[in-house]
Design a protein around this ligand. Sequence first.
Ligand code: SAM
Length: 227
Amino acid sequence: MTILDDTKHLSYVEFPLPGAGATPLGLRQCNDTLDHGTTVWDSAKALAQHLHALPGGLRGMRCIELGAGCGLVGLTAGACGASQVHLTDLPSVVKSVLEPNLKRNLTNLKERNHGVDLSVDALDWLNAPCLPVPLEEEPDRPFDLIFAADCVYERSLLEPLVDLMTRLAGPRTVAYVAFERRDSMVCDRFVDLCRSKSWDARPIPKRQLKNLRLENDEVEIWKIRCS
Ligand SMILES: C[S@@+](CC[C@H](N)C(=O)[O-])C[C@H]1O[C@@H](n2cnc3c(N)ncnc32)[C@H](O)[C@@H]1O
């Protein structure tokens, strides 16, 4: 079994974490909702694998995940040394899967990464003037890392997403955005919007993704320097 085997039909999936004998992340999916976020998508699996492989891990990084869904990427960041991770999504997704999945994995993550601060908040890109409380309280402390997995699929959401990334980013913020190239016009438009902000947006080379044993050729991971 590889990490990209189809798991969408399962109600509970385990994802390995780096390290011999490491307790895996256990994530609940809710397949009976109409929300996209209640399933773990291949882009999230790919980005989580990429985080496992980053040299030096994410030690001390302050991170936010947008459209976190079941939480695989943000929880993986917590397991890979990040000091703070805010996982965010629409309220219905927070309630049905994101918050329960954080609770389910909290002890495991705290045992791996003492002192990690993990939190879940509702954050709607279309209503971004209302940032979650922890973000409003620290407006001058930009995030080191922004994650978004499979959030580039609907043209009308692209500008709100990029505008929100602009608000959350500081001079040294890097965003990792993973998506499936289902519609090239939508994907290219997202990259154009990032470049229109003079951000350096580059895809992780396919040969590097091959090392992660990804089996979905449509998945791309973009590293975007938001400055
Ligand atoms: C295809 S799912 C991806 C979920 C997860 N990141 C993954 O890859 O498994 C897209 C996510 O974007 C979220 N989303 C869509 N529109 C949003 C909005 N306006 N504000 C916040 N999140 C939104 C959805 O709730 C969903 O969790």
